[in-house]
Design a protein around this ligand. Structure first.
Ligand code: NDP
Length: 291
């Protein structure tokens, strides 16, 4: 039987509606309107698109959006000064510095400069450190990993004791997803470019999270029947039949794996829309924490 399609677009829309209702409740209760400041440095086209969708999503749910742009030539001091101004601004509950930064800027120092109470992207070393420690809780969980967990826990309410395999160990997706799965009491294997016999390891998975950035790498015969698959990959492959000349595919060969899996996220329409939904949730949470 073909796999159930895990509809991230629909779930993200439901979350946006919930956030909008909560924002409305805050305003009616005389509390401040939540605010998100975005910081875009340089002219990376993809970053511009991401930032403008985040700003649009904020406005749609009633979150105030403060857009800040700096040229690619901005110095480390200028970026940190802007962050520190935003840290001090009471209208700003969340600060999102769009990554990657232009060459020459120190990402770690910029992320460190964001006040932990406003770290709605969840990349501050303190938040990541807390995520990795038993008995500690981060104030904010990074948005894409949080989106993966949200979709997964809707499918499998208790992940306790299940075998979860995470493909990829990046700071942004793979590692935080793995940490979240450990916190949910799954038994977690993290794979990366040096992993031996990747198909053999993946075949052990009850849950597979793929975040490698390699188009359709995971094949149908890599997975065991009944696996639940969260495909984070967003890859462009040439396709002359499409108006833009390309189409988007995940890290998983969807048509093959969907024949074997119990449930799977599509690309697009799976994890992608969840990232912004989680950012909106985190911003609302930041506002609630600041009351
Ligand atoms: P990175 O390039 O930072 O990390 C990729 C990871 O995959 C690394 O850990 C790397 O291993 C591992 N890897 C690469 N090649 C192989 C291989 N052949 N076998 C096993 N492991 C391999 O990518 P990101 O984590 O930033 O992104 C992953 C994918 O998710 C991309 O397609 C990206 O576009 C997408 N993405 C989607 C988001 C969304 O839906 N909103 C948000 C962020 C990312 P090693 O560490 O050894 O180099």
């Amino acid at each position: 039987m073909p796999a159930k399609i895990i509809d991230g677009k629909l779930t993200a829309e439901q979350i946006r509606i919930e956030v909008a209702a909560e924002v409305d409740k805050r305003i009616k209760a005389g509390k401040s309107r939540p605010g998100l400041a975005t910081v875009l440095i340089g002219d990376n086209a993809a970053s511009q698109v991401y930032v403008s969708s985040k700003q649009k999503a904020c406005i749609e749910v009633g979150i105030e959006s403060f857009g800040h742009e700096l040229p690619a030539s901005a110095t480390q001091e200028e970026v940190e000064k802007l962050v520190s101004t935003l840290n001090a601004d009471p209208r700003v509950n969340g600060i999102l510095v769009q990554l990657p930064l232009p060459a020459g800027l120190d990402e770690q120092r910029v992320l460190n400069a964001i006040s932990i109470e406003k770290d709605v992207d969840g990349f501050h070393p303190l938040n990541i450190g807390r995520l990795a420690q038993k008995g500690r809780d981060p104030l904010f969980v990074p948005c894409t990993p949080a989106g993966c967990m949200y979709l997964l826990e809707k499918e499998i309410p208790s992940l306790e004791g299940i075998n979860a395999v995470v493909l990829g160990r990046s700071n942004i997706v793979g590692m935080p997803v793995a940490l979240l799965l450990v916190r949910a009491n799954a038994t977690v294997t993290i794979c990366h470019s040096r992993t031996r016999d990747l198909p053999g390891v993946v075949r052990q998975a009850d849950v597979l999270v793929a975040a490698v950035g390699k188009p359709e790498m995971v094949r149908g015969d890599w997975v065991k029947p009944g696996v639940v698959v969260i495909d984070v990959g967003i890859n462009r492959v040439e396709d002359a039949t499409r108006p833009r000349g390309y189409r988007l595919v995940g890290d998983v060969a969807y048509d093959e794996v969907a024949q074997v899996a119990k449930a799977i996220t599509p690309v697009p329409g799976g994890v992608g829309p969840m990232t912004i939904a989680m950012l909106l949730r985190n911003t609302l949470r930041a506002a609630n924490l600041s009351d």
